[in-house]
Design a protein around this ligand. Structure first.
Ligand SMILES: [Zn+2]
Length: 346
């Protein structure tokens, strides 16, 4: 690699970024899983290297098994503080300024963990990370569609009783088996509660799933959205209605949603003018971080530096921050970007 290429990579790493789609549990590091296992008295792995090789992505069922293993090892609500803090630490190392982190509350509430204690622990992690790294974070609650709308309503009851830093709800989980439509009353109620609306869609199912999410649920952002690229009318609809797409390129390659990164539709969405951003989804499990996402887009999908920064601006524009915070974030990120570009041109 020549000196110019090294400088460009350094510049990409230094770009201000925003992460809109990252799951707290999916960010658990191998050493942290070992710590969780020690605390929960289940220790099938002896060393961090053993856990690392378990974390190597093989296929989708194996990914689910990693995710469920981590989940089952979280036995104490306070452990969420470390998980959240470390997720934000990794993001801060990629110069991420702001994160909207996903917490799949029903996964843990239904196992008997206390919602309020978990939320307090997560927010302790958020405030420690703010003090230590200057990174900001709000939360989105994934209602996990597999549990059904009734559980969704129960989680809304909990959010109503305690809503620290929660800006939106989302439905993740098995998109093929659980289409969005039954969630209409849940999302209507969430909207009345002042929450923003997101759905994972167009990842494991086709464009009809994205149509349902936008038309029936009225979501403002789509997680993944890959299948939307096969339906020009849908892309036009997303553009005209300002519905944003939280693209997760590496995740989609690993889980086989797209064959190769070169075939990922993020560039198509970008060129169409849709507010698309780049995100990690489950960074530890997919072996990625925000720097890697931006670097891959640069090397393999020919995103230019200004285009990469536009992804950051898209994420800011479609963020769920208040108008004032949004303006501040856009201005400070733009200042950082201009300084970097001026220095790199010297
Ligand atoms: Zn996700």
């Amino acid at each position: 690699m020549g000196a110019g290429a090294v400088d460009t990579e350094r510049l990409i790493r230094a770009l201000p970024k925003v992460e809109q789609h990252v799951h707290i549990v999916g960010s658990t590091k191998p050493e942290t899983l070992l710590w969780l296992m020690e605390k929960s008295d289940t220790k099938p792995f002896k060393t961090v290297d053993d856990v690392r090789s378990f974390f190597q992505y093989r296929d989708f069922p194996h990914f689910i098994s990693i995710y469920c293993t981590v989940m089952a090892c979280i036995t104490d609500e306070t452990q969420f503080e470390r998980l959240t803090y470390e997720m934000l630490d990794s993001n801060a190392k990629c110069n991420v300024q702001y994160v909207e982190a996903s917490f799949s509350a029903p996964d843990h509430v239904l196992r008997g963990l206390d919602y309020g204690k978990m939320l307090n622990a997560i927010n302790r992690g958020v405030s420690r990370a703010r003090n230590d790294f200057g990174v900001e974070c709000n939360l989105r609650i994934d209602l996990v569609r597999n549990y059904g709308p009734k559980v969704g309503m129960q989680i809304l009851d909990l959010i109503e009783s305690k809503n620290d830093n929660i800006v939106s709800v989302d439905i993740g989980g098995s998109e093929e088996r659980f289409p969005p439509k039954p969630y209409v009353p849940v999302f209507q109620r969430a909207k009345k509660m002042g929450l923003h609306l997101v759905a994972h869609a167009g990842e494991a199912a086709g464009p009809e799933s994205v149509w349902e999410a936008v038309k029936q649920l009225g979501v403002e952002r789509i997680g993944h959205g890959v299948a939307a690229s096969t339906d020009p009318k849908l892309m036009q609809y997303l553009l005209e209605h300002g519905v944003a797409i939280e693209a997760c390129p590496t995740s989609n390659v690993k889980t086989g949603v797209v064959k190769t990164l070169e075939k990922h539709p993020i560039k198509t969405f970008f060129q169409k003018g849709i507010k698309v951003s780049a995100n990690t989804d489950d960074p530890s499990m997919f072996g990625t971080d925000m720097n890697n996402e931006y670097l891959q887009l640069y090397h393999r999908l020919n995103f230019t530096i200004p285009q990469l920064f536009k992804l950051t601006l898209n994420a800011i524009e479609s963020s769920f921050l208040s108008e004032k915070h949004n303006d501040n974030l856009r201005e400070s990120s733009t200042r950082q970007y201009q300084r970097l570009m001026n220095n790199s041109n010297k």
